[in-house]
Design a protein around this ligand. Structure first.
Ligand code: ADP
Ligand code: MG
Length: 306
């Protein structure tokens, strides 16, 4: 797809209709021009961003490519550091189970406003699950692919911190990719965790106990979230929110810590294979050091699939 896109851009550079004052991309395929983005439909939104499907159509004849474009929900003129970091991180990742970075769209003045990614037609795993009931083999295959993307991410010393079905994207019935690196943090060599203080709006049901109690995020806390994601694949209902009723904010966190300290965990449905149940329990070990890492998880899932 890239070469053809380059060709389009080359043609574009030769187009005399373009005003001379404009900085042209020098056939840089990662520079997208706002005026060629034709909005098709909204794809989804989370806490920070909004993702929209566009047709990027420089030739203006409907032959362009479909791209997913992420923008911050609140735009008040200045571009937050975190947003630039998210783009830089995605740009540096190359893996078949991680959503592909395509480029950026900058506003006049050079501020990056939109992140352009490949479009995954089946949307998030969260939206996909209720529509097509996953059989156990497909669920295990997806789980393994998520582990592969995560193993790669960890090998680059990044922790995701927001691994959940809503942030896993579905290409087709056989392929999922990890998306949304908005909370991703780099763990410097020699360090074990990242300590964070944020107010509210954190995905607490996906958080490991040490994240809730001490705001300590590590490679092992991603494993916990993977356990929750795996559970979502098996049974989409989030039991915790049900168990806790309508508590809010800090109260939720306190109740959740109490439940987890009593060693209560998300229940597995009856039809969940015993080995998968064991894996989830390992991911939810109270001691982070007792949790497996993604490499061994890939192998264990492989063994269950056979
Ligand atoms: P936020 O940082 O606000 O959580 P996300 O990156 O998670 O934003 O995107 C929000 C939603 O948009 C996702 O849950 C998914 O439904 C949809 N989405 C995001 N990226 C894509 C994509 N590349 N292709 C298709 N849908 C996407
Ligand atoms: Mg998200």
């Amino acid at each position: 797809e890239r070469p053809s896109f380059r060709t389009v851009l080359r043609e574009l550079t030769e187009d005399p209709a373009i005003s001379p004052g404009e900085t042209l991309p020098d056939s840089d395929p990662s520079v997208f021009h706002k005026r060629y983005l034709k909005e098709l439909r909204e794809l989804g939104e989370g806490h920070f961003g909004k993702v929209t499907l566009y047709l990027y159509d420089p030739a203006n004849d409907g032959t362009g490519e479909r791209v997913a474009v992420k923008a911050l929900k609140q735009e008040n003129g200045h571009v937050p550091d975190g947003w630039i970091k998210e783009i830089e991180i995605l740009k540096s990742l190359y893996h078949s189970n991680i959503v592909k970075y395509k480029g950026c769209c900058t506003e006049m003045g050079g501020q990056v406003v939109q992140l352009i990614m490949e479009y995954l037609p089946l949307g998030s795993l969260r939206d996909y699950l209720p529509k097509r009931k996953l059989g156990v083999p497909q669920c295990l295959m997806f789980a393994q692919q998520i582990c592969m993307g995560m193993e790669y991410l960890h090998s680059k010393r990044y922790i995701h911190r927001d691994l959940a079905a809503r942030n896993v994207l579905v290409e087709n019935d056989n392929l999922v990719k990890i998306g949304d690196f908005g909370l991703t943090k780099y763990i410097p060599e020699g360090e074990i965790y990242y300590r964070v203080r944020e107010d509210g709006d954190s995905p607490v049901f996906w958080y490991a106990i040490e994240c809730l109690k001490e705001s300590k995020f590590s490679f092992s806390s991603d494993i916990w979230s993977f356990g929750v994601t795996l559970k979502t694949g098996i049974c989409i209902l989030n039991k915790f929110s049900e168990m806790m009723g309508a508590t809010q904010g800090q109260m939720t966190v306190m109740v959740l810590i109490k439940l987890l300290e009593k060693n209560l965990r998300l229940p597995c449905p009856k039809d969940c294979p015993h080995e998968v149940k064991l894996l989830m329990e390992q991911c939810w070990a109270a001691d982070p050091a007792q949790r497996p890492s993604f490499g061994p998880l890939i192998e264990k899932l492989e063994a269950i699939r056979r």
